[in-house]
Design a binder for this molecule. Structure first.
Ligand code: G1P
Length: 293
């Protein structure tokens, strides 16, 4: 398959993090010492994707500036001989070919993805949502790309969640296949109640989609929350008898949710504890701190 492009919707209002997100997009909130969106770009690059389109809303400048070169800062670090910081600063502007398009009105995830149509064209593409960080040791995205290459279907990532959590996600009705951890998706519901949910398999923020999804999104009507939902477009693909269909890759690896304040704090602690440069200082402090709670 030709090299696929990635689309990163980053036009949400970030209301859960106000006032931090009053003048800054939530995708720029630091997770340890990198903005959340950089982890997502790095994940795409690690999966072999070089062309990335970020769908932006208001406050676009911080995101596009982050992925741009900063000659004055780079020159200063060079002069000081601080090569490790220089490398870290330059990484974000050199690792991929990053493009931006405005969403205009925030009409939902499906609408944001449709804004990628001109850039993506008639090719399959990956969608990565910035609230979900997948640990860099996991192979979820490459596994999904492989599943798409095998089947031609729209591929979604699914994770088992507690029944009381399912209302926060899209939920999938599935049938098993011959391949472990790959299921056929027969139905999808956006953010159902625990009673309505077809299973406790939640859609997490990684998708590998065929271009046919754009035709569906063109006529997808506003759904849950009055927004054009990607889940509804995928439900249509899952139920169309002669379309590409939808398959799910069931993931049980390490995922960090940065969309909610408590989970965001947990993500920072977990990632910092795992880091060679920070973990050894943090671990004993955390143990002591926890023992005093
Ligand atoms: C979006 C999708 C939802 C999915 C979730 C994963 O919702 O609409 O189907 O389960 O991402 O993070 P959001 O969290 O943007 O409201």
């Amino acid at each position: 398959m030709a090299k696929i492009k990635a689309v990163i919707p980053a036009a949400g209002l970030g209301t859960r993090f106000l006032p931090a997100t009053k003048a800054m997009p939530k995708e720029m909130l630091p997770v340890v010492d990198k903005p959340a969106i950089q982890y997502v770009v790095e994940e795409a690059v690690a999966a072999g994707i070089q062309d990335i389109l970020v769908i932006i809303g208001r406050n676009k400048n911080a995101i596009s500036d982050h992925f741009d070169a900063v000659p004055e800062l780079e020159g200063r670090l060079q002069q000081k001989g601080d090569h490790s910081r220089l490398e870290r600063v330059m990484k974000s502007s050199e690792m991929a070919d990053i493009h931006f398009v405005r969403q205009g009105e925030p009409k939902g995830l499906g609408h944001a993805v449709l804004r990628a149509r001109t850039h993506v064209g008639d090719s399959s593409f990956a969608v990565l949502l910035g609230d979900d960080l997948i640990d860099e040791h996991e192979t979820l995205l490459p596994d999904m790309i492989a599943a798409h290459e095998r089947t031609g279907a729209a591929v979604i990532a699914l994770m088992r969640v507690a029944p009381e959590q399912i209302h926060l996600y899209g939920a999938a009705a599935v049938e098993t296949t011959d391949v472990d951890d790959v299921v056929t998706v027969t139905g999808l519901v956006e953010k159902p109640s625990a009673e309505e949910a077809p299973s406790n398999l939640a859609v997490i923020g990684r998708y590998v989609l065929p271009p046919a999804v754009f035709d569906v999104l063109e006529h997808t009507q506003p759904g849950k929350g009055g927004e054009i939902q990607l889940t509804d477009a995928l439900q249509e693909l899952a139920s169309a008898p002669d379309g590409p269909g939808v398959v799910g890759v069931v993931f049980d690896g390490r995922r960090y949710d940065t969309g909610d304040r408590v989970d965001y704090i947990k993500a920072i602690v977990q990632l910092a504890v795992d880091r060679n440069d920070l973990g050894s200082d943090l671990r004993p402090w955390l143990k002591d701190f926890a023992s005093r709670l």
